[in-house]
Design a protein around this ligand. Structure first.
Ligand SMILES: [Zn+2]
Length: 239
C-alpha cells in the first residue's frame, strides 16, 4: 500500500482520510480488491463508500445516508454527473478518483462536514473547488476561514505542458514556465489553491502534497502512461 496523508487533517480525530496510489478504479479488475484492502486497514465499511461518475463539470452533490454505497464496488451505481461530493453524515467515505487531475479534500471542523473534489483543467476553469466551498456554506453553515484543505498528487508544473486554450481557461497567471518550443507549463494545484483563497480559505489552512503524478511512477498518470488506473482521495467523518 502506498498512500499519503495531510498533516493539517491528521490533527483531527473526528475524521479519517488518505490519498492512495494503489489503483481503486471501478473500471479495472483490481480496483475493488484494493478498496477492500484500504477499508480493512483504515477501518471503514466499504459498503458505505460513495464515488461519483465524474464528468469534468461543476456539479456538487450533497451525500445523504440514502446515498451510502453508491459507487462503493460497482461503477453503475455511482452518483452521476458530479465532480464534488460533500457530506456531514458519519461513516460515509467520499471517494474521488484521478490520474493527473487535482484531487482536493476539505474539512470544516466547526460544523463537522467534509468534501472531496475533482479538478482537472475544465473543472478548475469552472471553479469547482469554490463551488464545493459555497455549497458547504449553504448546506452546513461552513465558514470558509475555518475550512482546511489538502491538495493531493496531480500533474505538476514540471510536466503539465498545455495549449493556449487551457492557459486561457485556467488563467495565464498560473503559467509556471514556457518551453523552448513555446509551450506553456501550468501549475494546476496552485490555481486551485488560489481559488480557495479567493473564496475565503486561509493560506495556512491549505496543504499541498508536493507530488507530481507524472514524474513519480508510483502514482497513476494519464499523461505518462494513458492508464485506466486511478488514485483515490478519500475522506470521512468517523462516528
Ligand atoms: Zn512532473
Amino acid at each position: 500500500m502506498t498512500y499519503i496523508q495531510f498533516t493539517n487533517l491528521l490533527k483531527y480525530k473526528q475524521i479519517q482520510h488518505f490519498v492512495a496510489a494503489d489503483n481503486m478504479s471501478l473500471m479495472s479488475p483490481d480496483g475493488v480488491g484494493n478498496r477492500q484492502l484500504y477499508a480493512d486497514a483504515f477501518h471503514f465499511a466499504l459498503q458505505n463508500a460513495v464515488s461519483a461518475n465524474q464528468s469534468h463539470g461543476c456539479n456538487v452533490h450533497r451525500v445523504l445516508l440514502s446515498d451510502a454505497g453508491c459507487g462503493a464496488v460497482d461503477a453503475q451505481s455511482r452518483i452521476d454527473n458530479c465532480d464534488a461530493l460533500i457530506t456531514n453524515e458519519l461513516d460515509v467515505p467520499l471517494f474521488i478518483m484521478t490520474a493527473d487531475c487535482v484531487p482536493l479534500l476539505l474539512y470544516d471542523a466547526e460544523n463537522q462536514a467534509v468534501a472531496a473534489v475533482h479538478a482537472g483543467w475544465k473543472g478548475t476553469a469552472l471553479r469547482i473547488a469554490c463551488r464545493a466551498v459555497e455549497r458547504m456554506t449553504a448546506e452546513f453553515g461552513s465558514k470558509p476561514e475555518n475550512i482546511l484543505a489538502g491538495i493531493g498528487p496531480a500533474i505538476g508544473e514540471c510536466c503539465y505542458e498545455v495549449g493556449d486554450e487551457v492557459v486561457e481557461a485556467v488563467g495565464r497567471e498560473f503559467v509556471a514556465s514556457v518551453t523552448s518550443s513555446g509551450k506553456s507549463k501550468l501549475n494546476l494545484p496552485l490555481a486551485n489553491s488560489a481559488q480557495l483563497v479567493s473564496c475565503g480559505l486561509k493560506n495556512e489552512n491549505i496543504e499541498f502534497s508536493g507530488i507530481c503524478t507524472c514524474c513519480n511512477a508510483a502514482w497513476p498518470s494519464w499523461r505518462r502512461e494513458q492508464t485506466q488506473r486511478r488514485l483515490a482521495s478519500v475522506i470521512w467523518l468517523k462516528s
